[in-house]
Design a protein around this ligand. Sequence first.
Ligand SMILES: Nc1ncnc2c1ncn2[C@@H]1O[C@H](COP(=O)(O)OS(=O)(=O)O)[C@@H](OP(=O)(O)O)[C@H]1O
Length: 344
Amino acid sequence: MKWIPAFSKRTMFIYFILLFLLYLFYALNTCLVDERKFSLNRFLLKRQYTKYKNAAVRFVSLLGFNVEDNDYKYRRLKKQNLIPVKRLPDALVIGVKKCGTRALLEFLRLHPDVRAAGSEVHFFDKFYHKGFEWYRDKMPPTLEGQITMEKTPSYWVTRTAPKRVQAMNPAVKLLAVVRDPVTRAISDYTQSASKSVSLPRFEDLAVVNISWGGSQAVAASWPPIRLGIYLRPFKRWLKRFNRESLLLISGERLVADPAAEMARVQEFLGLKRVITEKHFYFNSSKGFPCLLKSESRSTPHCLGKTKGRSHPHINPSTLETLREFYKPFNEKFYELCGINFGWP
Ligand SMILES: Nc1ncnc2c1ncn2[C@@H]1O[C@H](COP(=O)(O)OS(=O)(=O)O)[C@@H](OP(=O)(O)O)[C@H]1O
C-alpha cells in the first residue's frame, strides 16, 4: 500500500510539470506583447522583428506560428522578396507649434502608404550632431513606394534647419500647419500654464507697459507672440526650397473640414486619396474631429488630452491689440504665400 501515495506524488509532480509547460507554450505563443520591450522575442524572431518593429502592439508567436499569416499584405510582399527598411524622411511636418501638427500627422498615418515616426525626433534642431544614420534609425521601416515622415514643429523656427534639411534631401516635401496667430499664442500659453500654476495672466504677458505714462505695447519677443509672425521663418525656408516644395495647411480647416484639407495634403504628397470623410467624426464634447479608426485602434478615438485643451477667457481689448499687431505681418504672409487664410 506504501507505493500508492509515492506513485501519486510522482504522478502529480509530472502532471504539474506538463501543465506548466502547456501553459508556457500557450502564453508565449498567443500573448499580446509590445515587441520593442520583449527581448526574447527579438532573439527568436529576429527577422520578423525588424519587419514589424514600428508596430506598437501586435500578436506575435515565440514559436513562429501565425506571425505573418495574420497579415495578408506582408505575406504577399514577402513572396515578392520585399522587406521594409528604414529610410530618411521623404516628407517633414516642420511646424508650426500649436497649430495642429499632431492632428495632421495622426490623420496622415491613416494612409497605408505613409509611415511616420511616433514622437518628435528633433534631429535638425537638437540632435544634428548625431548624424544621418542616427536619424534614419529613428524612422519606421518602409517598403519601396511608402512615404517616411516625421514631425518636429520647432524646425519651423530653427535658423539652421532649412540648410540642414536641404543637405539631407533637396527634394524633400515640407508641410507646415498655420493658424490664426492670436489663437496660436493662447494655445501656446495654455500649454505653459498647464505646467506652471503660478504663470501670470496671458494679458499681462502679451501686452506690457513701455513707459511710466502707461502706454502699452505687444510683447513681440515673448515666444508665444513671436512664433505667430509666420512671415520671417517662411522667408527663411523659401531661401532654400521653392514654393512648390512647401505646403501650407490651414489649422482652422483641419478642424472644420479635415477631409478637404487632407485631400490637399494627399495630392501634395502624390498619394492616392484614401483619407476621406469616412475616417472622421466630430466629437461635440471635445469640440474637434476625431478618428473612427486608425492603424493602431479599430474603435473611434480622439487625440490625447493635451490636444484640444480649453483656453482661458482673454480680455477682448487684449485680443483686439494682438489682432492689430499681427495684421501687417499676416497680410505680407498672405501675399508671399499666395493664400488668404482669413484670420480676423
Ligand atoms: N482633431 C484635433 N483634435 C485635437 N486638437 C486638434 C485637432 N485638430 C487641430 N487641433 C489643434 O491642435 C493644437 C495642438 O497643436 P500641435 O499638435 O501642433 O501642438 S504641438 O506643437 O505639437 O504641441 C490644439 O491646440 P489646443 O486647442 O490649444 O490644445 C488644437 O487646437
